[in-house]
Structures are given as C-alpha cells and as structure tokens.
Write a protein of this length. Structure first.
Length: 195
C-alpha cells in the first residue's frame, strides 16, 4: 500500500478508492506520480489524434478522465462515490456536471465574456464540482485547455508555467486564485492562467 502524502489543497483518496489502484507494484507516491503522468501523456496523444469538439457533455468529461488515469485507476472515468474536502455531495455530481455543460453552452452562445473569461469560469466550476475521486485539478485544467483550443480557438493556458501537482509557491498562487474565484473574483485566476 502506498503512503499517500498530499500537497496543499489535494483531495485525499479514501481506503476504498486506494484499492482501485491497478498497478500493484507501485509503492511510493513518486512512482504513482510518474505512472499517472505517463497516462496523461497518452491522453494528450489521444486528444491530438481525435481533436474533439463535442466536449461539453458528461460522456466526454468522463472519457477524458478515463484516458488520463485509466491505466492507473480502476475508477478512472467514473464519478466519485464519496464526499470530499471540496465539492458537493457525491450524489449531486452528475447533475452538477450537466448544469455546468449547459451553462457553458449558453456562455458560448452569448459571448458576453472574452474566451479567457469563459474558460476560467468553466475551469473554476469544474474544480468546484470535483467530480472524480482524484485527478480533478489536472482533469479540469486539461478540459479547459481542450475548450480553449478546440472550441474557443485560443491557445492553451500556461497555468503558472510550472507543475501544479508539486508543492510550492506556484501551486499556492493557483489555490489562492481558485479561492478568490469562490468569492466571484476571477481576476487572480485570469492573471494566473496566462503567466
């Protein structure tokens, strides 16, 4: 069993979820991180091949998570079945994701905001829902980048230009920007995403 140590703001994995680890040879957090990153690289290759444009729906939200983490976790691509330190009750996740996708369609039709503002608002809501047992930040960032590139025809965000899964000042600024967005102040997150 891995001794899971979490950086600031990370979602802890409960014991039942930890049992979903497909790679029984993994014994350290570092090994787990490497396997997850390798799996994410495979997901990026899938995105480059498929160039999806029909992304604002529950099946795509789940498919992207499955492509990102399915080699590592049995529950990848399935909404969580436990409450977390962030997000609403687990049983509300499907409705919350559908509502977000419907809202995003409306934002795209109205275009009252810039593409970056739409993307930041989408990212914040998806992180707030926290639909999966783990990998929510990485999933929400990649979903947002797909939205930017494939729908809004804008370059991906730089996300502070560092690995946000590692502890440090950049991760702290990202979390602080998300917390400001919780209070409807999206300016710090808008600034952070393009630094």
């Amino acid at each position: 069993m891995i001794n899971f140590e979490y950086p600031e703001g990370a979602t802890p994995i409960d014991l039942d979820e930890a049992q979903g680890l497909r790679l029984t040879h993994v014994t350290t957090r570092g090994e787990l991180d490497r396997w997850e990153q390798d799996n994410i690289i495979q997901a990026l290759a899938w995105l480059d091949r498929t160039k999806p444009s029909d992304i604002l729906n529950e099946p795509f939200v789940k498919a992207l998570h499955r492509h990102m983490f399915g080699v590592v976790w049995k529950w990848a691509g399935h909404f969580r079945h436990s409450d977390k330190n962030i997000g609403g009750p687990w049983h509300q996740v499907p409705t919350s994701v559908r509502n977000l996708c419907d809202d995003a369609h409306l934002w795209l039709e109205q275009r009252d905001e810039s593409p970056d503002q739409i993307a930041v608002r989408f990212h914040h809501r998806l992180v707030s829902i926290h639909p999966f047992a783990n990998g929510n930040g990485r999933h929400a960032r990649l979903m947002t980048d797909v939205l930017l590139e494939n729908i809004l025809k804008r370059p991906r965000f730089t996300w502070g230009s560092e690995d946000l899964s590692r502890p440090g000042d950049t991760r702290h600024r990202y979390i602080a920007a998300l917390q400001a967005a919780d209070q409807q102040n999206y300016t710090p997150l808008l600034e952070f995403t393009r630094t």
